[in-house]
Design a protein around this ligand. Structure first.
Ligand SMILES: [Zn+2]
Ligand SMILES: [Zn+2]
Length: 280
């Protein structure tokens, strides 16, 4: 297997939440699990053993992710593929260990590939952005690219998602250039990545308690607020019934539709920071 590596600034990040280590069965075939402060999602049924993993958690969490996988899908089970919503450190933190252990392909949007093949760093996180302690500590967050070599593949251009029948991917840039969301029409299930989240991710206390509150994308890493706003509009137009977001608890039904409507209407005040180096 060719040499893969993480960014040289990758390290364990000491941040956690009361949800860490807890799994929630959102739907019979959608299982959401929290790694410290970020969610990963298993889609597929334990009966057939056919499943994929969406995102790959924090740095140093591979062992935890493998044991959660085996608890749910059986000893030595492995996903058919890993689908990345985007390449930020908290979504790819353990992906190389997982690929080495499982030998499965990883899929991402074309525009995220430079960050996944060692070519380009993400812009530096912005500690000056309006927000709390998590924003202030964001300079310790890794932003160098990982290198998955030829283990990462581009998502099909027709919108289908490999090994995930019924789902389509949607390009939702703004928070990251090649961020995607996954949506299943049949039951209006949305896996939103960080296009919007259900916790105020900039605030340590709210992250810790996981207090549920609709929010735009995490501010310290979002560089294009105009695109971020359009992406939220796009996802709102899908009228999701259930949403699993990259951070925070899953949200559904009336609470989801009213919260998303509020976020769309008041995006500039709820989501866009009043100040920060990526505003304007
Ligand atoms: Zn992100
Ligand atoms: Zn994130």
């Amino acid at each position: 297997m060719e040499e893969m590596h993480y960014g040289s600034d990758y390290k364990f990040i000491p941040a956690t939440s009361i949800g860490s280590g807890i799994g929630i069965l959102v739907l019979p075939d959608v299982y959401c699990y929290t790694v410290q402060i970020v969610n990963i999602c298993f889609v597929g049924s334990p009966e057939t053993g056919d499943f994929v993993l969406i995102d790959a958690g924090m740095p140093d969490s591979a062992e935890d992710i493998i044991s959660v996988t085996e608890e749910r899908f059986g000893a030595n089970s492995r996903p058919k593929a890993i689908i990345l919503t985007h390449g930020h450190f908290d979504h790819v933190g353990s992906v190389i260990d997982l690929v080495k252990h499982w030998d499965v392909p990883v899929y991402a949007h074309q525009m995220e590939l430079p960050f996944l093949t060692g070519q380009k760093s993400y812009p530096d996180p912005d500690p000056t952005v309006e927000g709390g302690m998590v924003a202030k500590m964001s300079p310790i967050f890794p932003n160098e690219p990982i290198d998955l070599g030829n283990h990462v593949k581009v998502l099909p251009s027709d919108g289908t998602v490999p090994h995930l029948a019924g789902f389509k991917w949607y390009h939702t840039p703004g928070h990251a250039p090649g961020q995607i969301a996954l949506f299943r029409e049949k039951d209006r299930t949305l896996i939103a990545g960080d296009a919007f989240v259900t916790v105020k991710q900039e605030y340590l206390y709210k992250v810790f308690t996981q207090e549920q509150e609709i929010s735009g994308p995490p501010r310290y890493l979002t560089t294009d607020w105009k695109a971020a706003k359009e992406s939220v509009h796009q996802l709102y137009a899908l009228k999701p019934e259930v949403a699993v977001t990259g951070h925070g608890l899953p949200m559904s039904g009336e609470l989801l539709s009213t919260s998303l409507y509020k976020l769309v209407r008041e995006f500039d005040s709820i989501a866009t920071p009043d100040y920060g180096k990526y505003v304007n």
